[in-house]
Write a protein that binds this ligand. Sequence first.
Ligand code: AMP
Length: 357
Amino acid sequence: MTPLPPGSTIGILGGGQLGRMLSQAASRLGFNVVILDPEENSPAGRVSQGQIVAAYDDSTALMVLGRTCQAVTFEFENVPAASVERLLQGGAAVSPGPRALAVAQDRVEEKTFLNGVGAPTVAFASVDSLDDLLAGLERLGAPALLKTRREGYDGKGQVWVRSAKMAADAWHAIGEQPAILEAKADFVRELSVIAARGRDGRIAVYPLGENIHKGGVLKTTVAPATVDAKTEKRARAIAKAILEGLDYIGVLGVELFDLGEGRLLVNEIAPRVHNTGHWTQDGCVCDQFEQHIRAIAGWPLGPVTAHARVQMTNLLGTDIDQWAKLAAKPDHRLHLYGKAEARPGRKMAHVNRITPL
Ligand code: AMP
């Protein structure tokens, strides 16, 4: 594909904050953006040329999006796979592709793929019944973490199973649906790596981030993380293996468990720009949003070196009320998502505290 020229139109499935920041980056590169999201006036829709307000599986909406846009992408991994197939059948250039989506939508497929490309994960068992859960618990040992195979995010649809006695309750708690049982990762900390692959097959990997979660939701990322050379090298090799294994185009987030001494396990992958990559907006020459747009548009990838250390903090729910105080701090850069309603736990904004390197 020849590079998409400025003035072309990019379609984004999903109108949340990730879509918004992608749209802003695309706009800076001279592209027009159309958002597809069922919610009217979405955060991304409000900064874009247009928004189609329709369900993600609305065939007319998909047809219009495909005909209007020279490249299509998505901001979340739970877009219906059938919608991506429909767009592709209509001749649209959708990236990342359906394989990345299928792998990221199902935790069993994901771990099977990862182990297949040499990216280690915790031991796991596929669970379709209470008997499977009991057998898995026997094999993996307690405690183990039961997660729904599909649709889980930010710690939702997950329950720790601490003994065989708890199994029935845990199975009930996740709605008795197809699940995965994961051995407990004894990590010393959580890291992540954001990487991109262009249409020419070139790969760019950002410095690692160190992440702190609270209640299953990301609270802060510090990047570049302080890591030894072995850990950095291992993380880069894992990211490369995943990108190549999926023949991936775009930015990918890889969440890692650091077991110490350069040993890493992959927790999960996100086939999109990632919350733990928001630090790149104020720490790198080319941030993850521009990088993703460059990749899907067939442009050369941008530089990924860091010029600042950044502490990124998510502002959830009423944390947003501190905006004026935070805006007054000279080393803080505020990124607000334009969401009207500060529901508890809702990601409203993030702030990057910058220390030049
Ligand atoms: P996830 O939604 O899979 O990213 O999980 C959310 C958080 O739960 C992770 O960031 C970890 O802090 C924790 N977690 C997930 N899986 C495991 C595991 N197998 N062992 C220990 N902690 C885990």
